[in-house]
Design a protein around this ligand. Sequence first.
Ligand code: NAD
Ligand code: UDP
Length: 316
Amino acid sequence: MRLVVSGAAGFIGSHLCDRLLAEGHTVVALDNFLTGRSENLAHLAREPRLEFTKQDITERFSVRGPVDIVANLASPASPRDYLEYPIETLDVGSAGTRHMLELAKRKRARFLLTSTSECYGDPLVHPQVETYWGNVNPVGPRSCYDESKRFAEAITMAYHRTHGVRTNIARIFNTYGPRMQLNDGRVVPAFLDQALRGEPLTVFGDGSQTRSFCYVSDLVDGLYRLMLSDERYPVNLGNPREMTILEFAERICKLTNSSSSIVRMPLPEDDPRQRKPDISKAKNILGWEPKVSLEEGLKRTADYFQGRVLGSLAIT
Ligand code: NAD
Ligand code: UDP
């Protein structure tokens, strides 16, 4: 198959490209490097089945030749990034998603949207099931991301209902792994960076808020299965192993043999109190569930970050 992937130079996008190529497919990769890096695709520079174009998908564009699947991953994803680029985030979720849907419609291709657990906002239903409509502050600082993704889901369903585009919607929960940016502010790179440098780990609030972390290869496997399925309504993809952020900080220190202390910092506005996916639907429909344990996933990620942290220590 020939696939178009937006956000291909990002963390998840680059891993998805690897998986698609490993499955024998051809990839047209698009990215404008807003939050991604060419380095994430550097290992594919000589891969003839990957064709990269620097493209902002909020602008009009076309892709030559047949396309079987359009996968729309482009969007800032870390709270630090979308707070820095709120308008770009809203634009890519709205105009950008529409352009990718138009491409799928023109090419009679399938369409996959990577949505988010943020659609549930600060959830009042726990664990989160796909039928829960969420508790989102539409005017808070995170609204640029949450509402952009909710709009993206709505327009995806509208293209399905109006134009018969074969669409899929993945609601991704916190995912981590190599190629995340050390300084993107998300908790996994932040804690690993701090632990490896021997600096205090910055726990926001009292650390009693919960998250559930999914290793990137598991997530990509879920995306791949979903894009080949006929499920039109959202499907949660994430790891249901839930823990408090304080517990997570302690685990990171242990794993990295770090003697870092923990410092408390103010809790960001509208930071969700709890998050854990109900993945029954993905299990039933896709036969999917995560396989990589948190310990193994964190070890692989720490190995990746270790070289970077040591490199930057050598420079300073
Ligand atoms: P990322 O920031 O590493 O990757 C996003 C990519 O999109 C970047 O390479 C960026 O340059 C690109 N991009 C942004 N705006 C663009 C535009 N207008 N045109 C072209 N490219 C553009 O983030 P990620 O963690 O890899 O997230 C990928 C997708 O998965 C996003 O849609 C995100 O919302 C979703 N998601 C991720 C997580 C997670 O935990 N990582 C959780 C939920 C949802
Ligand atoms: N967090 C933290 N310290 C950090 C970064 C994040 O305590 O240095 C917390 C954050 O407040 C949130 C959780 O870790 O409760 C996950 O944050 P992240 O930015 O990774 O993703 P989110 O789930 O909020 O989108």
